[in-house]
Design a protein around this ligand. Structure first.
Ligand code: HEM
Length: 142
């Protein structure tokens, strides 16, 4: 019944599309001069990382509830991320979306990503370097 459909249903986003977006995006990230080294030094198993991110986007956009992580803590624990790193991340994500999605689907992904990126940056800024370094050893065990 139409009134029971989730609000995102009109974009018609499904798991195969999420898989395409994630694979296209991280192929781009791995080859990027700025973001490549940040990811490549931390991620040992790329298929495992991509599978986790697919669960993340399924939870965000399809409300599947299959991702149970703490992305805020994970990103707070990466030192020295700048506003321009986040801009670069979003620009690469946008490029991937425009390659594999329709514009309405791309918008659904990108608007969520931009909001999450803003939240990451807001908390980083609010905490400041001293609090962050005091917190990092404990955050990594969460
Ligand atoms: C400057 C931008 C970003 C950088 C450099 C970055 C980098 C990373 C890295 C290196 C990891 C792997 C950490 C590890 O396994 O040790 C990671 C995990 C992850 N990232 Fe990002 N990221 C960025 C922005 C974002 C944004 C905007 C989102 C969401 C839209 C996002 C979602 C995630 C998620 C869900 C994980 C998995 C966390 C977990 O282990 O549960 N990231 N990121």
């Amino acid at each position: 019944m139409a009134f029971l459909s989730p609000p995102d249903a009109s974009e018609d986003i499904d798991r195969p599309l999420i898989a395409l977006v994630v694979q296209n995006f991280y192929a781009r990230v791995r080859g990027d001069a700025v973001l490549g080294p940040i990811f490549n030094t931390r991620i040992e198993d790329w298929p495992e990382h991509e599978a986790k991110i697919m669960r993340f986007w399924s939870s965000v956009l399809l409300k599947s509830g299959e991702y149970h992580g703490s992305p805020m803590q994970v990103h707070l624990a990466i030192p020295n991320l700048t506003g321009s790193d986040f801009d670069r991340w979003l620009a690469l994500f946008d490029q991937s979306l425009s390659e594999v999605c329709r514009p309405d689907q791309a918008k659904a992904f990108l608007s969520r990503a931009a909001r999450i990126a803003e939240a990451f940056q807001f908390v980083r800024a609010a905490q400041g370097p001293e609090v962050l370094s005091a917190l990092s050893p404990r955050l990594s065990t969460l």
